[in-house]
Design a protein around this ligand. Structure first.
Ligand code: LLP
Length: 420
């Protein structure tokens, strides 16, 4: 990424102006470390590329819901894309306004819908006719009106990992674009429903913008048809999905290139463009800092066992995702080791890398697992009764504890024994 916040300075990996060895010594490991500056600069890339286009950049809270992250983005005028009542609660706690929130997701509960309406969110991205009917009933009972966009499935192949591709007919997401006109027409007649937009999201970690352009063309054609039927469609939400660089040398999707292609298409439509980026704002701004516990040989194989595990960062186990892993002390020699980098969790799937060339390592060495700012901590669990890692936000020379490391007490909060 431009201005990579994680660079070697005087032989040690730093996050902006703070060296990560001192961070590990003071705050312990495993620890998530985020660069505030990098988050701000990625958000600004979106807003500058969108200059002159009526638009809102709605950060996808699911990618990283830490209050300090949301607070940073709220301060820069970000809107938010949420998928649960819990995410709305977080956004409000982080200083975000409900009026700048869009509510996506394939299954919203009645209480989440009520909460969102009470708070006065901007709009709902609805994924079924049934959901629109429920929103209509709840909104009417509250004497409110809900702004609604239907998430359509444009049937384009997003060419990404099957678990994070969503835009084909075979996926559970959205409604078939060919059925959308009927659904819109019925929705517009429901009490308490104000049909204001069209939305789509075709997948995540898209390294090619072509599928997004294809989805934009299909949804723009739908907007025209809906407007011809008299519906007042005011916004087009193209979702998130821009890819980032996980491997050295990967070319991440250029935000500017996407917007340059969208700009002429939007001209004269008078639509407000909404985007819902998550990963492309926070992924490269974060690492998971972990310490080598021991190095073990089993037959031909070498295992570097670290104190972070799949419960802290599940992406390699879940998606066979590649994350670059670098030592905090700048290596002075070429790779001397080919090893599996694994955690302490009792699962064979608990690995961060397999057969990875690494410089020589000793117990106690610190490693940074890169590109972990998105879908990292948010997917963490307490599996094996492991306290979740702390999250640290680096602000220039300052380290802010954005979330404390969990204690053993935290692990049993809310539980009880049942024998007298
Ligand atoms: N909008 C909607 C409706 C979404 O479903 C998603 C992501 C986004 C926006 C944000 O997409 P992004 O810009 O972050 O690609 N856990 C997986 C990724 C799951 C993505 C789910 N939806 C991973 O670690 O790769």
């Amino acid at each position: 990424m431009l201005n990579d916040p994680f660079q070697y300075r005087k032989g040690k990996l730093s996050c902006d102006d703070v060296d990560l060895q001192s961070v590990a010594d003071e705050y312990g490991t495993p620890a998530y470390v985020y660069s505030k500056r990098a988050i701000e600069s990625r958000f600004r890339e979106y807003t500058s590329a969108l200059d002159g286009i009526k638009s809102h950049v709605c950060f996808a809270v699911k990618a990283n819901s830490n209050l300090a992250v949301l607070n940073t983005l709220a301060g820069m005028g970000a809107w938010f894309d949420i998928v649960s009542g819990g995410e709305l609660f977080r956004v409000l706690h982080a200083g975000g306004c409900a009026e700048n929130v869009v509510f996506s997701g394939v299954g919203k509960t009645a209480s989440e819908i009520r909460f969102a309406l009470e708070c006065g969110i901007s709009s709902f991205n609805c994924e079924s006719e049934f959901e629109i009917e429920i929103i209509s009933q709840i909104a009417t009972s509250m004497g409110r009106s809900a702004s609604v966009a239907v998430r359509v499935n444009p049937d384009v192949d997003a060419v990404t990992h099957p678990y994070i591709s969503t835009g084909l007919r075979e996926h559970k997401f959205g409604v078939d674009i060919d059925a959308a006109e009927q659904i819109y027409s019925r929705a517009s007649k429901l009490p308490g429903i104000d049909v204001t937009g069209v939305s789509c999201h075709i997948g995540s970690q898209l390294l090619d913008i072509e599928p997004m352009i294809e989805a934009a063309d299909k949804t723009l054609a739908l907007v025209e048809k809906l407007r011809a039927r008299g519906l007042k469609i005011r916004h087009l939400d193209l979702g998130g999905g821009l890819g980032v660089s996980y491997r050295p040398g990967d070319t991440p999707t250029a935000i500017g290139a996407l917007i340059d292609q969208l700009r002429p298409r939007l001209q004269s439509t008078d639509l407000t463009l909404m985007l819902e980026p998550g990963r492309s704002i926070v992924a490269e701004a974060g690492i998971l800092l972990t310490r080598v516990l021991l190095i073990k040989k089993n037959g031909e194989k070498t295992f570097v066992i670290v104190d972070g595990g799949m419960n802290d960062l599940i992406r390699p186990a879940l998606y066979q995702a590649y994350h670059e892993i670098v030592p905090v002390l700048e290596p002075s020699s070429d790779p001397g080791l080919t090893a599996d980098i694994v955690g302490p969790v009792c699962e064979s799937g608990d690995f961060f890398a397999r057969g990875r060339a690494m410089p020589p390592l000793e117990p106690g060495a610190l490693l940074a697992i890169r590109t972990a700012g998105a879908y990292g901590f948010v997917l963490a669990s307490n599996y094996n009764t492991r306290p979740r890692a702390c999250e640290l936000m680096i602000e220039g020379t300052q380290v802010v504890v954005a979330r404390q490391r969990e204690s053993y007490e935290d692990l049993i909060r809310g539980e009880q024994c049942i024998l007298d």
